[in-house]
Design a protein around this ligand. Structure first.
Ligand code: GLP
Length: 242
């Protein structure tokens, strides 16, 4: 695992967008795995800048989503499908036909999870998976004590994650779904390059456990230590406990 410390979130975004742009120049139809939450937004903004300036063409890129709430209609503004459309696909000029994501409204959720894992493999696998990290060390929605070999599946959110995510639902925790579909840790580890971005003091404990703690299910992100090509980009605040 390489750890790169940058001055601030914007610099982290620029650095990762450059990595993505290099990949897209080499492989224009690369499958980019994207994450939601606030942390990756500077990455998407920087990549959109690169597209606008003509430094890279993202129009053939394919986008795969990491996780999704169960039971939120796809058109709900906070469904991760809507968030990815708004923050990634539209600014980069990528159509929905190049998008894949778990179906949180499926009648048969376990079947939808299996179908998504299969679809990722059939698409040739994720070339670069961007990850954020929860304050408790979760990646995707793999909460602490998730199996390090887990596949895409339904999970119940911890109270802490629902509290953390209530800000996207007018601060009202009752609106935050209890269940989600997430790529498993084993699924995530199959991506060719993992890039985790963490910014802000609130992530410092999780970052220290990820990079310097034991590989253990209590900190799901520590599984990145097992990956042959994992890059952890942190700003100075998030690096505060390394
Ligand atoms: C959610 C998402 C994760 C994300 C995390 C942190 O739980 N499922 O993919 O990493 O939030 O979000 P933020 O970047 O807003 O702190």
């Amino acid at each position: 695992m390489e750890v790169v410390i940058v001055p601030d979130a914007k610099a982290g975004g620029v650095l990762i967008a450059e990595t993505m742009a290099r990949l897209l120049r080499r492989k224009p139809d690369a499958l980019l795995g994207v994450a939601t939450g606030s942390t990756p937004l500077p990455v998407y903004a920087a990549l959109a800048d690169q597209v606008r300036s003509g430094a890279v063409d993202a129009s053939r890129a394919r986008i795969a989503q990491l996780d999704e709430y169960v039971g939120l209609p796809a058109e709900h503004p906070e469904s991760y499908r809507s968030v990815v459309r708004r923050e990634v696909l539209e600014p980069l000029g990528i159509g929905m036909d190049a998008f894949m994501g778990p179906d949180g409204t499926a009648e048969d959720i376990p079947a939808a999870c299996e179908a998504y894992d299969r679809a990722l493999a059939e698409a040739g696998g994720v070339d670069l998976q961007l990850l954020g990290i929860g304050t408790d060390g979760h990646i995707g929605f793999n909460e602490p004590c998730s199996s390090l070999a887990s596949r895409t599946r339904i999970k119940t959110l911890t109270q802490q994650t629902r509290v953390d995510n209530a800000r996207f639902f007018d601060g009202d925790i009752d609106q935050v779904p209890h269940h989600v579909i997430t790529q498993g840790i084993g699924t995530i580890l199959e991506a060719r390059h993992l890039v985790l971005l963490a910014t802000g003091e609130g992530k410092a404990d999780a970052v220290a456990a990820t990079a310097e703690g034991p590989v253990a299910a209590v900190c799901p992100a520590s599984a990145l230590q097992l990956h042959p090509h994992a890059t952890v980009v942190v700003d100075e605040a998030a690096a505060g406990k390394l």
